[in-house]
Ligand binder design. Sequence first.
Ligand SMILES: NC(=O)C1=CN([C@@H]2O[C@H](COP(=O)(O)OP(=O)(O)OC[C@H]3O[C@@H](n4cnc5c(N)ncnc54)[C@H](O)[C@@H]3O)[C@@H](O)[C@H]2O)C=CC1
Ligand SMILES: O=C(O)C(=O)COP(=O)(O)O
Length: 526
Amino acid sequence: MKVLISEQIAQKGVEKLTQEGVSVDVKANLSRQELLQVIGEYDGLIVRSNTKVNEELYQHAPRLKVVGRAGNGVDNIEMEGATKRGIVVVNTPESNVVSAAELTIGLIFATCRNIPQLHNRLKERVWDRAGLKGMELQGKTIGIVGLGRIGSLVATRMKSFGMNIIAYDPYISDARFKKYGVEKKEKLEELMALCDILTVHTPKTEETYGIIGKEQFKAAKKGLTVINCARAGIVNEEALIEAMKEKIVKRAGIDVLEGEPHATSPLLDLDNVIVTPHAGADTVEAQDNVGITVAQEVISALRGEIVPNAVNLPTLPMQEFDTIKAYLKLGETLGKMYYQLEKEAIEKVEILYRGEVAALETSVITLAILKGLFEPVLKERINYVNANVIADSRGVIVTESKESAVKNYLTLITLKVTSKDKVFTISGTTFGIGELRIVEINGFEFDVNPTPYMVVAENHDKPGVVGQMGTLLGVAKVNIATMQLGRKLTEQQAMMVLAVDSVVSQETLDFLGGVEGILRVRFVKI
Ligand SMILES: NC(=O)C1=CN([C@@H]2O[C@H](COP(=O)(O)OP(=O)(O)OC[C@H]3O[C@@H](n4cnc5c(N)ncnc54)[C@H](O)[C@@H]3O)[C@@H](O)[C@H]2O)C=CC1
Ligand SMILES: O=C(O)C(=O)COP(=O)(O)O
């Protein structure tokens, strides 16, 4: 596996990848053209905020399986193109938030006390404080837009300076405001009118891009300090410059600029604007964290494992991850059986989650089932990321339902696949530490431990059939590990599932199919 790292990440991250046998190229100074030329050789790409991972890049990257964002914001990565190609996008959302919060606070002090300007004067050997009086924080109000990971870190820290903390974030619960001792403002304009310092900590989305613009500055308290350590454009640059000219905004601290890293904003020329070149995450601690975490995630994604921080997958609570892993394996196994037992094109997939599994985040188990279902027949790459897209593009209707009660089992997944003329069902359960059992196929009940190679046969339920199967497999030198028989007494039919130690040839399957009483034989590989 080859991974390209297109921006500088911590050496510890690079080492982690190489220790795991990944071949790594760190090429932090490639031009766009050079990047497009080489990306085709790689299975993985690790970026920070400067590399635009978009349709153009995907088209040059037929091998790409994972994009690792060594950091938090993923606004430089086009998600739809990745998802439809089955490319996993992972990030490290927790790893650099303390550093970003601390730079925010650094910029608050730098702007409110004019530290860079005073520093510059003195470096020029001018001992002069005139015209650079600062503003004390104690008793002032800070308005936070976006009370997520970084916003809440800023809130708790600024409290210790005796500030009043207010915030605007319509997407979080009142309990979260309470937890951080922050006063909730329902309207952004209300927050603007009250705060002495405004700091934004939202992701860059269609809704937040320009959320602080002309109208909001009109509502602002005069003499405002503006901090943007989130993403360029969340505070509209033109509106900010205008508000500074009108003396509504007195000073600003900006870590992110439009057009970065080639920013040409006039903000760069204003004395009362303190700027840093997107340095929020640039600490030794954050970069070590980010580098190691992204390396681990990229390794997991390259191995085809599910990654809890995958951005284009349902969010998995870490505490559920271990429990869900067994269900993912079960779901994929149940799915894989279908096209090996039936040849009819799927029209509808109904998944019923019963018992303990019903309480979990099942959408990701559904992805595993779909991945399993299509894997035996699809030439296209199918994985957790694009399983939904592929089912949809093939016109397959997928439904999920849940019941908390279940008879005889603690937990049960049933998959019902409808094709033009048939309905196929298969059910499975888990127990212990990741033990799987298939407990039903098409109404035949048993207790099968799914193994890599299995022979599944349907037969008339009469004496002698099972014995002949055993004999013929013996002649073909196929060792039987276990055998399970499910019967429908009223129909005098049975289904045999034999776990075998090796692949069974088509010739042997034909012999088995010829045994009197055998209706159908299939070989299944898990
Ligand atoms: N300057 C730097 O180097 C760094 C910048 N960042 C950026 O900081 C920002 C915040 O990151 P996190 O705190 O980790 O994100 P987060 O996802 O934990 O929090 C974002 C908050 O914004 C809120 N939000 C979303 N839309 C909103 C709207 N329209 N109005 C008000 N609130 C809204 C969400 O409800 C959420 O609570 C991101 O843009 C991220 O990319 C992150 C790390 C380093
Ligand atoms: O993690 C983030 O969202 C950041 O903005 C940090 O960006 P960087 O990795 O330092 O280019």
